[in-house]
Design a protein around this ligand. Structure first.
Ligand code: NAP
Length: 302
C-alpha cells in the first residue's frame, strides 16, 4: 500500500486563493482591508526569515502590512507600549510578536498584553480558553494545529469516532490539536489520547491510532511497525539532521527529517504528510486566515 500524500503546499494555495477573494470582497463591500502588524525584536536569522515570509504573504493577499523591527536592546516596557499602541489602532486587526524574545523580556507579559481580539497567533490565555471551550467560542486557533485540522478536513479523512493519538503535549502543537479534535463538531469528534515522555508504552498507543499526529521533535521517533495500516499520519516534526548543497542555488541547506520514518511509513499509512512540504506550509496560511477573521469579527460578518 502506498499512502496518499497530504501536501501542505497544494492545500495552502487553495486557502490563499479563497482568502484573496474574501479580502477583495470585504474591501468592495466595507472599504477596509485586514491590517496586520509584525513585530520583530533582534536579528535572529530564523526569525527574520519567518517574519519575511509572513510579510510577503500578507502583502500578496492585499493586507495593510506594518513591519516593526526593534533592536535587541528594547526594554520590556517599550515593547509593551508598542503593543498597547497597536491595540488602540483601528486599522490593525492582527498583532504578531515574533517569538522567542530576548531573555531580558518576559514573553508571557507581552503576549498577555495583546488584545485577545487581535491575537491572531492564538497564544493569549483568553484564546486558549476559547479553544478549550469551543467550538462556537473559538476565534483564533493557533496556526500550526489549525493547519493540521484543515489538512485533515480538506482531505476528507473521517474523524468522527476515530482514535486520534497525539504525540507531544506542547502548548504550541500537542495540546491545541488534541483539544480541536476532541470538540463536538464537524471535522472533529475524535477519541483523543495524548502521549509524552512519561507515557509507559508509546508504541501501544500509536498502534491504535486511526489518526496519528506526531509533534515531538525527535527524528524518526515513530517506527513503521507502530502505524496502523490505513491510518492518517501527520508528521509535525522538523529536525535538522545534516546539511547538503542545494542543486538550485548551490548553497548549503539543512537536511530536514520528520518524527516519523517516512519512507517505510508511507507503505503502511493511508495518508501521510511529507517533511518538508507537509504541515510546514500551512502555518503562515492559517495566520493569514486568522487575520481575515479578526476583521470579519470586527465587522460582525462572522
Ligand atoms: P516541544 O515544545 O519541544 O514539545 C515536544 C513534545 O514532545 C513534549 O510534550 C515532549 O514530552 C514530547 N516528546 C519529546 N520526545 C518524546 C519522546 N521520545 N516520546 C514521547 N514524547 C516525546 O515541541 P513543539 O514546539 O511541540 O514542536 C514539535 C516538533 O514540531 C518540532 O520538531 C518542531 O520543530 C515542529 N514544529 C513544526 C511546525 C511547522 O511545521 N509549522 C510548527 C511548530 C512545531 P514532555 O512534555 O514530556 O517533555
Amino acid at each position: 500500500m502506498t499512502a496518499i500524500l497530504l501536501k501542505g503546499k497544494e492545500i495552502r494555495e487553495e486557502i490563499l486563493a479563497e482568502l484573496k477573494s474574501e479580502v477583495e470582497q470585504i474591501k468592495k463591500e466595507h472599504g477596509i482591508v485586514p491590517g496586520l502588524v509584525t513585530v520583530l525584536v533582534g536579528e535572529d536569522p530564523a526569525s527574520v526569515s519567518y517574519v519575511t515570509s509572513k510579510i510577503q504573504t500578507a502583502q500578496n493577499l492585499g493586507f495593510k502590512e506594518v513591519q516593526v523591527n526593534k533592536p535587541e536592546t528594547i526594554t520590556g516596557e517599550e515593547l509593551l507600549e508598542l503593543v498597547h499602541g497597536y491595540n488602540r489602532d483601528e486599522t490593525i486587526h492582527g498583532i504578531l510578536v515574533q517569538l522567542p524574545l530576548p531573555k531580558h523580556i518576559d514573553d508571557k507579559k507581552i503576549i498577555n498584553a495583546i488584545d485577545p481580539d487581535k491575537d491572531v497567533d492564538g497564544f493569549h490565555p483568553v484564546n486558549v480558553g476559547r479553544l478549550v471551550i469551543g467550538p462556537s467560542e473559538v476565534k483564533f486557533p493557533p496556526a500550526t494545529p489549525a493547519g493540521i485540522f484543515e489538512m485533515i478536513r480538506r482531505s476528507g479523512i473521517k474523524t468522527e469516532g476515530a482514535e486520534a493519538v497525539v504525540v507531544g503535549r506542547s502548548n504550541l502543537v500537542g495540546k491545541p490539536i488534541a483539544n480541536m479534535l476532541l470538540q463536538k463538531a464537524e471535522g472533529a469528534n475524535c477519541t483523543v489520547t495524548v502521549v509524552h515522555t512519561r507515557t509507559k508504552d508509546l508504541a501501544f498507543h500509536c498502534k491504535r491510532a486511526d489518526i496519528l499526529i506526531v509533534a515531538a521533535g525527535v527524528p524518526q521517533l515513530v517506527k513503521p511497525e507502530w502505524i496502523k495500516p490505513g491510518a492518517c499520519v501527520i508528521d509535525v516534526g522538523v529536525n535538522r539532521v545534516g546539511e547538503k548543497i542545494s542543486e538550485k542555488s548551490g548553497r548549503k541547506i539543512a537536511i530536514l527529517k520528520g518524527d516519523v520514518d517516512f519512507d517505510m511509513a508511507k507503505e503502511i499509512a493511508g495518508w501521510i504528510t511529507p517533511v518538508p512540504g507537509g504541515v510546514g506550509p500551512m502555518t503562515i496560511t492559517m495566520l493569514m486566515k486568522n487575520t481575515v477573521n479578526a476583521l470579519k469579527y470586527k465587522l460582525g460578518i462572522i
